[in-house]
Design a protein around this ligand. Sequence first.
Ligand code: PEP
Length: 236
Amino acid sequence: MIIAANLKTNFTRKETNKYLEELESFVSSKNITQEVLVFPAMSSLDDNDTSIVTGAQNAYATKEGAFTGEIGLVHLEEFCIKTILIGHSERRHILGETQAELVTKFNYYKDLGFKIVFCVGEPLEKREAGKNEMMEYISSQYKGIDTEYENLIIAYEPVWAIGTGLTPTLQDIEEIHTELKVKSSAPLLYGGSVKVTNAKEVLALKNVDGILVGSAALYTEHFCSMIEYAQELEGK
Ligand code: PEP
């Protein structure tokens, strides 16, 4: 399974390096064979010697150039980063990234062979509009994306569940994941208020191939417990 931490705008470089060292020590002491990914803040990317794979939370579809406030391929290459998160709801809804921009970014990093964690998920009004409208909305977020790209991971993250402590029911998660699996055979993660208290149940669901964790991942012990749950459920 894939257990990913989105550290968002948290942890300095020093704190991130300490976090990664702690994770590595846990992963090696427990012989963890699950895929662990960590997305640190941009300025916390570093040459770290740990075996934990780090990825970028965002980068512009460019090698370098005049794109104030953005980073490009050269900045990722400096730290041998080959993994990127694209389409997170905070980028779609707070930073205003459009589907067209996300597709451009997706294609750029796909052509470079990056592992791409591509996020989809509905805001509350779409969920409340009923199942058909909700699924249509989520489908629109797949438009233009090569759903069979070999290095693609999809994360289903209902916007209303991110950072709110609210989650869909386990049955809802399983049902939506089963429908989304028809659109792409890529590994499908669930994200949105996964905590140490519900991670095991979520990971145990059919068609859930892992989790993308925000706030709860900031607690190393909690994130390590989630990794261990995934290990216990290996071959579920
Ligand atoms: C996220 O930001 O991808 C996320 C899932 O956040 P949280 O776990 O805090 O809901």
